[in-house]
Design a protein around this ligand. Structure first.
Ligand SMILES: Cc1ncc(COP(=O)(O)O)c(C=O)c1O
Length: 378
């Protein structure tokens, strides 16, 4: 059997999780799983929402429309774009990972760029799809570099894309919105495809967030989204892609059909009910409120104990759901705290970076505090 090997390696984060789980089973002791990428301050309470779903309906029992149900796409148009986009621009995907992978397959690209501290899957997706990737120091430097490329003899037509994640995974920092929007506008004008991949943003915002409407006017922007983080529903595997480009959407429709043949109808119905009914909206808003409260308390604790890597937060604000702290993965594990070493999120293999780790701060505060208090006592 001859295999077309991509050369990409399996996720180290999944491996670290399995190792900690094994240690927990072997010792019978409790561990704090801050290595994961999910909101765990509280689950979303679906008890008032489930009765609203008719499991006998054909909406759930038969193939869903290829791009997703009109009801869900319409709900997304209202919730994200204040009704200013169109269901034609929105395609439902099975999660955010697929929402990034499909455009990377479809677009003709020379290089995809992302920030120097990046979610490892960005690089792996590019590698699997045979697309070059590179990193940049910060957005201002990147825009200047693109201007130089665009003014060079062979750079004018270079097919460049950038993946932007804000709040960022792994740093958990948030850029100033006005600054970020201006940067995206400049990149759009420089003919750079901008993937706005910010699934953590909605945790902190509701339908009044105006950024998505502003992005609508920019033809080179593709929004890749997920309900895994803002609704805590990573198990449902559901997200979406938004683009105003007709040719792109036509090819996407074809790839969705032959790659997936539709996205799970139950998950689509569930998200529709969460976005459109009073019970659903309340469940989402309660989930976000509790989550943000927990994030803030945990980040405050880290600040008070000088555990944040301050230099990563100089021109931005730490908001979560991740933060980078100045204690190594090994040291944290000695105190039964799971984390992921920052070496997995950057190509910079400096001594300093080996002493940092990414932790997920989306866990109940009392539990977080008790593990860190114990560690700091030693
Ligand atoms: C920056 C970023 N984009 C996209 C995703 C993908 O989300 P999903 O779980 O829906 O595949 C993640 C998940 O961790 C992420 O961190």
């Amino acid at each position: 059997m001859k295999i077309n090997k991509s050369g990409a390696t399996f996720s180290s984060i999944v491996g670290i999780g399995a190792k900690i789980k094994k240690m927990m089973d072997e010792t019978g002791e409790e561990y704090l799983f801050l290595n994961r990428g999910i909101n765990a301050v509280c689950p979303i309470d679906l008890s008032k929402v489930i009765p609203l779903i008719d499991f006998n309906s054909t909406n759930i029992q038969v193939y869903p429309p290829n791009k997703g149900t009109v009801g869900l796409r319409d709900a997304i148009n209202n919730d994200y774009f204040d009704g200013n986009s169109s269901v034609e621009n929105i395609s439902i995907t099975s999660g955010g990972m697929t929402a990034i992978d499909l455009p990377i397959q479809i677009l003709d690209l020379d290089t995809v760029y992302f920030s120097k501290y990046y979610w490892g899957s960005y690089a792996k997706i590019c590698q699997v799809r045979g697309v070059n990737w590179a990193t940049f120091h910060n957005l201002t430097d990147f825009i200047n570099d693109v201007k130089v490329i665009r003014n060079s003899v062979d750079g004018a037509d270079k097919k460049i894309a950038v993946l932007l994640c804000d709040p960022n995974n792994p740093v958990g920092n948030k850029l100033d919105d006005a600054f970020m929007l201006e940067a995206i506008k400049e990149l759009n004008a420089l003919n750079v495809i901008v993937f706005f991949d910010s699934p953590y943003r909605k945790i902190f915002n509701d339908h009044t967030d105006t950024i998505y409407v502003a992005l609508l006017k920019l033809e080179n922007v593709i929004i890749t989204e997920s309900f895994s983080k803002s609704m805590g529903l990573s198990g449902q595997r559901i997200g979406f892609i938004h683009s105003t480009n007709k040719d792109f959407n036509e090819e996407l429709n074809i790839r969705l059909l032959y790659g997936f043949n539709g996205v799970n109808a139950f998950a689509q119905e569930l998200i529709t009910v969460l976005l459109t009914t009073e019970e659903g909206k309340k469940a989402v808003s309660d989930f976000k409120k509790n989550t943000v409260e927990g994030l803030q308390k945990n980040i405050q604790y880290l600040k008070e104990h000088n555990l944040l890597v301050e230099k990563l937060y100089q021109n931005s604000t730490p908001v979560g759901i991740f933060t980078v702290i100045n204690i190594s993965e090994e040291e944290l594990l000695r105190h039964k705290i799971g984390s992921v070493g920052m070496v997995y999120f950057t190509n910079e293999k400096t001594e300093e970076v080996t002493q940092w780790s990414r932790i997920c701060v989306s866990v109940p505060h009392q539990k977080f505090k008790s593990f860190f208090d114990k560690m700091l006592m030693h």
